[in-house]
Design a protein around this ligand. Structure first.
Ligand code: FAD
Length: 409
């Protein structure tokens, strides 16, 4: 069996950044598995614009070299804010070619505990033995389908992650459930594709980001005060943004305060540039669906007694972290991970209660705060991982044998 030091699962922003950082440890055999940037390329709609700002859209690398500016200079690509999805995907692939040209595109289907670490099985049946496993597999497994829509067939109700483009809905009526960025941006794209769209949200109002108040605040405050209130990581409102950017500090606060800050920093909201695009789309607030039935069309009854009959329901209902949905985790291994409400309780180095098993990205948000749900958190996660693994490697100089040749960047 092939033996290596570290196996990383997932080649999205967190996995790529982790690989870039860990490969600075001399002699450490680090393998990265998965299709690079595939969540962004396959689960987000064509034409989408990133909501995070310029600095928060950089994938962190140890030398601060692989920036969006460096990508533009190297490729001649021209774009500004908001960053278009296709540009971000291409930037991620450019980053990958620099730091992990030898990424192995196979998926991992099983991770099991082994007396020397972990046995990792790939989708073609090959197995490896790894001393450490870093999972950076994102939120793709955590699609949230509220109970009232769970049993509906895919022909009549789908989640926003199931569509890359909406032209098939031209001339059709679509009811969108949700009031966050996914729901609102899908509504704009569907409307522009010629669908009749209506949005139903439980929220009493839509939180529009970058509005008059925040723009005035940004301009009037001046650079110094602005930088004092907002961190470049761009997660959370004034002041809270700085706290969220420092997970080590955030972790010292009482649990209830951490939970409140997490909710406040990532409440459902829409980017300001969607307002004009949604001018002709009805948005019903403080409403929820109480029943759904399927006939020639999908009939929904709302809590105000009104009814809708539409061709399709689109769920912009987001994601809910629950690592038991990571099917590659063997049941015995999953049981050994200390968890709360679906999240793993992580220690420094984003290590689970199972030594050598690290979990990066959104599942780390309970332990390290909402920064972990965004691209801009990859820098903190990777540096923390590097310190943890780098430190223990110094005490453990003997490397695993490897029978595979690894091309290093
Ligand atoms: C519609 C939408 C818009 C968003 N916009 C923004 C934004 O503007 N800015 C921002 O910062 N964040 C945004 N996010 C959040 C975004 O998902 C995260 O910031 C980002 O994806 C985190 O990177 P990641 O590497 O953790 O996950 P991902 O990018 O999802 O990468 C995980 C990778 O792991 C792979 N994988 C899964 N299982 C396996 C396996 N068993 N073996 C091998 N590989 C596997 C997946 O295919 C995927 O490629 C958005 C999310 C959504 C849904």
């Amino acid at each position: 069996m092939t033996v290596c030091d570290v196996v990383i699962l997932g080649a999205g922003p967190y996995g790529l950044s982790a690989a870039a950082h860990l490969r600075t440890i001399k002699g450490l055999d680090v393998r990265l598995f998965g299709q690079p940037m595939s969540f962004w390329a396959q689960k987000m709609p064509v034409g989408m614009l990133l909501r995070s700002n310029w600095t928060a859209t950089q994938i962190a690398d140890p030398n601060y070299e692989l920036t969006l500016e460096a990508y533009q200079a190297a490729t001649g690509a021209r774009f500004s804010m908001p960053v278009p999805l296709d540009r971000f995907i291409d930037y991620g692939l450019w980053y990958q070619r620099h730091v992990v040209p030898d990424v192995d595109r196979r998926n991992v289907i099983r991770v099991e505990a082994h007396r020397k670490g972990f046995r990792v099985t790939l989708d073609d049946g090959e197995t490896l033995l790894a001393r450490r496993v870093v999972t950076a597999t994102g939120i793709g497994s955590f699609v949230r389908r509220p109970a009232e829509f769970r049993d509906l067939p895919k022909e009549v109700a789908t989640h926003s992650s199931e569509h890359q483009e909406f032209s098939k809905f031209s001339g059709k009526s679509v009811l969108i459930i949700g009031g966050g960025q996914s729901a609102l941006e899908s509504a704009a794209l569907l409307h522009e594709s010629g669908a009749q769209v209506e949005v139903i949200s439980r929220q009493s109002h839509i939180n529009w980001l970058g509005g008059w108040a925040s723009k005035t605040l940004h301009h009037r405050l001046g650079k110094f005060t602005r930088n004092l209130l907002y961190a470049p990581t761009d997660v959370g409102p004034a002041g809270i943004s700085q706290l969220v950017a420092r997970p080590d500090l955030l972790r010292l606060l009482p649990r209830a305060v951490q939970d409140r800050l997490r909710k406040r920093a990532v409440r459902p909201a829409g980017a300001r540039w969607l307002v004009n695009r949604l001018q002709n789309v009805p948005i019903r607030l403080s409403r929820s669906v109480v029943s759904v039935s399927v006939g020639a069309r999908v009939k929904t009854r709302l809590d105000d007694g009104s009814e809708r009959a539409v061709d399709h329901i689109l769920l912009g209902t987001g994601y809910r972290v629950d690592i038991s949905k990571y099917q590659f985790l063997a049941p015995e291994l999953l049981e050994s991970i200390d968890r709360f409400d679906g999240f793993p309780r992580l220690n420094r180095g984003l290590e689970t209660s199972v030594p050598g098993l690290h979990i990066l990205g959104a599942p780390a948000a309970w332990s390290f705060g909402p920064l972990m749900q965004f691209v801009s958190g990859a820098g903190y996660a990777s540096r923390s991982l590097l310190r943890c693994i780098g430190g223990s490697e110094q005490n453990e100089p003997e490397r695993a044998e490897s029978s595979l040749a690894v091309a290093r960047p």
